[in-house]
Ligand binder design. Structure first.
Ligand code: FRU
Length: 433
């Protein structure tokens, strides 16, 4: 999985200007993932389930803050803003993805939130429903990136995923925040060469992803990108095990692939595309930043935090998304590099940054690391029975209603130092400052 975008060789040396960086897709290898282990430094404290919900009448899950273009948390006339996927709290939690609606909350102190309402009129948005994204304000204009899932008017729930942008105006004063004058566009669809199309996925794969657009301005070059969750391109029959997916030579020598036909269905990838206009409505897809072939199927909500000279790339995944022979908990995973487009190495050797505790293994999900090292997430599922829950839909309706959190989880403070991280403590739910 090596792709040279633009570089030239002179003798044995390779040169690439900062602008025409050599891009190489990094692998989260089987060897890396085989080192995944819960430790005191990566395990979140147990969360008592009875804390106040941000919006009791709603299920609230994936959440992202309004940021400035440079990635810092934005404050608009004294208000912080967060956007969340939401659905009525009467709904069966396992069904919420089929009706997800983006709503927003605002706050003066970045921890006590008031529900503002729907971010935009859903009739005007793309998709039968809208999934996660990111939000950036520039010159008073809101750029709200989201996933357009399914098609308007569809009879049966479908899972097509396209990246979309809603540009709108922001009104914010001492009492209230609201948005208006939205203009929606589809900004990227998979092309089947770097990123799997739904049609390719339908030819035998487990699931399909092309979602969660996350805006990023590279501080080193000033160029604008979106990151997203994808899958490695092609169909299962076209795939084979590249030694680079396995790891070091010594690890390769001792490695035996189990359940090959099943293992090759694990093709999670972290995508990146470069903005080609100033309105952020057009992009050129670049080769993936990272792939987890034979390792993991879903690298969700990828995002970057920069510190010093380093890019820290984070993503979320579930226990049941790891391939055969590889085990990892529901958690936040991370990688670092000194260049945006390549050479990512897993943090803490394995990639595991933050895991739910073993005795409440699904308590939180959809973590997002903020530039201040705070990690937000939602309170997912309270389960002390230690059962392996592949998904909420597999449990009874009563069980789902009684055990689903559907609100913001206590914020976790993370220390990041070179290639290692450490969970410091848990604070107030939904605290971003
Ligand atoms: C993570 C996720 C996202 C997606 C959303 C849909 O929790 O799977 O990737 O946008 O949930 O509800």
């Amino acid at each position: 999985a090596t792709t040279t975008l633009a570089s030239f060789s002179l003798g044995s040396a390779q040169f690439a200007s900062a602008e025409e960086q050599t891009q190489q897709t990094s692998n989260w290898t089987i060897e890396d993932a085989s080192q995944i282990e819960r430790t005191d430094d990566n395990t979140a404290p147990y969360i008592e389930p009875d804390f106040e919900k941000i919006a009791p009448e709603l299920h609230v899950w994936d959440t992202w803050p309004l940021r400035n273009k440079d990635g810092s948390i934005a404050k608009v006339n004294g208000n912080y803003v967060i956007f969340s996927l939401t659905a009525s709290a009467d709904l069966l939690p396992g069904k919420r993805h089929d009706v997800a609606t983006i709503r927003y909350f605002y706050s003066k102190n970045g921890q006590d939130w008031t529900l503002g309402g729907k971010a935009f009129e859903t009739e005007e948005a793309y998709g039968a429903r809208q999934w996660a994204g990111s939000a950036m304000i520039e010159d008073g204009e809101l750029n709200l990136f989201y996933t357009a899932t399914g098609r308007k008017g569809e009879e049966n729930v479908s899972y097509e995923q396209r990246l979309a942008l809603a540009k709108g105006d922001i009104q914010a004063n001492a009492h209230d925040v609201s948005f208006s004058n939205f203009d929606h566009s589809i900004i990227l669809e998979p092309e089947g060469e770097y990123y799997q199309t739904e049609e390719q996925s339908n030819q035998g794969d487990i699931s399909y992803a092309f979602r969660d657009p996350w805006f990023f301005e590279d501080p080193k070059t000033g160029k604008d990108y979106i990151l997203f969750e994808g899958n490695s391109a092609g169909t299962p029959v076209e795939r084979s095990l590249d030694p680079a997916y396995i790891g070091s030579e010594s690890f390769q020598n001792d490695y035996e692939l189990e359940m090959e036909d099943f293992a090759k269905l694990f093709n999670g990838s972290i995508g990146i595309a470069k903005a080609t206009n100033d309105e952020y409505t057009e992009y050129e897809a670049l080769p993936p930043l990272l792939e987890a072939n034979y390792v993991n199927q879903e690298l969700e909500r990828p995002h970057i935090v920069t510190k010093g000279n380093q890019y820290y790339l984070f993503t979320n995944t579930h226990e049941h998304k790891f391939g055969p022979g590889v085990d990892g908990p529901d958690g936040l995973y991370g990688f670092s590099s000194d260049q945006l487009l390549g050479e990512y190495e897993p943090l803490n050797d394995s990639g595991l940054v933050l895991a739910n505790p073993e005795d409440n293994a699904y308590q939180a999900y959809s973590w997002m690391v903020l530039p201040n090292g705070k990690v937000i997430s939602f309170y997912n599922f309270h389960d002390l029975d230690g059962r392996n829950i592949a998904d909420l839909g597999a449990t009874s309706p009563e069980y789902q209603m009684n055990h689903f959190g559907g609100t913001l989880a206590p914020t976790i403070k993370l220390a990041i130092q070179n290639d290692s991280t450490k969970v410091l403590n848990a604070g107030k739910p939904g605290k971003i400052k």
